[in-house]
Design a binder for this molecule. Sequence first.
Ligand code: ADP
Ligand code: MG
Length: 374
Amino acid sequence: MIEQEFERVFNAAPEVIAQAPGRVNLIGEHIDYSEGFVLPFAIDDVTRCAIARRSDRRVRVTSAQQVNELIEVSLDDIAAMRGEGWVRYVLGVIWSLEIETGLDIYIDGKVPLGAGLSSSAALECSVATALNHLFHLEKSLSELALLTQRAENKYVGVPCGIMDQSVSLMAKAGYALLLDCRDLSTRHISVDFAGADLRLLIIDTRAHHALIDGGYAERRASCEEVAKLLGVGSMRALSIEMLQSREPELTPTQFKRARHAVTEIARVLEAVKRLESKDFYAFGELLNESHRSLRDDYTVSCPELDAAVDAALENGALGSRMVGGGFGGSAVALIRDEDAGKVSLAIEKAFAAKGFTAPRFFSSLPSDGAKVIS
Ligand code: ADP
Ligand code: MG
């Protein structure tokens, strides 16, 4: 229990305990920077943090996932540090929320680290939720999302979008969060996989290919070039018909990059309709289209992701696609509960036959967002 662990390390009781989940994005990939929509849900794995105030200006932090490491700094040094290592995710939130009181902090996370399930946002949002409560900051969930994103962008130094923090803070069990990346408005979308005896299998391929050609920056720049050439603000403003009629003005690569963005934005909105009408087979087809678009037009897949998707589909998945930035990381597959063993075994076998590192599997239904638990 986190209370006992806190007391063992700090010889005092915590004043607040909060938790925040990791996430998986159902659909809407590589379109946050094109003012598109994303549709993530919170997984049931959470990161917890226990915090107590101190009477001096010291901040002491330890994590069950980083054994034997008690990090101690002064509040006065945090702004200048921007240091290395895991603790900067915690210090970044203290910095972003402008906390001016010393703290003892104990972290215990169940979200797998670095599997593409956003353990980083889970950690940031659990700390932000606890501090918001402890200091009566009265920040709204969207304010906390922007403040934790600021911590990750400006303090940790990772240029992430707003999706991970938004869903970790705002999610509701049984729903995915439709997030409009243009104005940051949100809508909860019912996702009743369990009612149809379905589940989302998450496959961590454990592959991490270096982006030889600066992959992310190149994709993003292509979309921005196309917007400029066609005189629109972003890919959001284009329909597929408009894009096709202007194809002669674009290079083949620019056209393919833009086609992914435009069709993916349309797929997210169609996915919402199909989920709301519980047409999960038709929803699965959108996952497949998304994967083909990411693989063939955006060219951000890799052999491990394709192998996972192909093996899932060959073994009865309703749909499957890579998730996240690509070139490694995770894939998802919508499968029948009864097929869970068969599908993961088939993926394991396909990986072994190709000499890939053995994958890891997770599964989750849409779960609740961050909360104070005591
Ligand atoms: P992801 O967010 O996909 O899991 P990231 O590289 O963005 O991957 O974030 C993972 C990093 O976040 C870890 O390497 C570690 O520095 C930090 N982190 C996440 N959870 C914890 C935890 N429970 N304890 C300590 N550090 C953590
Ligand atoms: Mg992360």
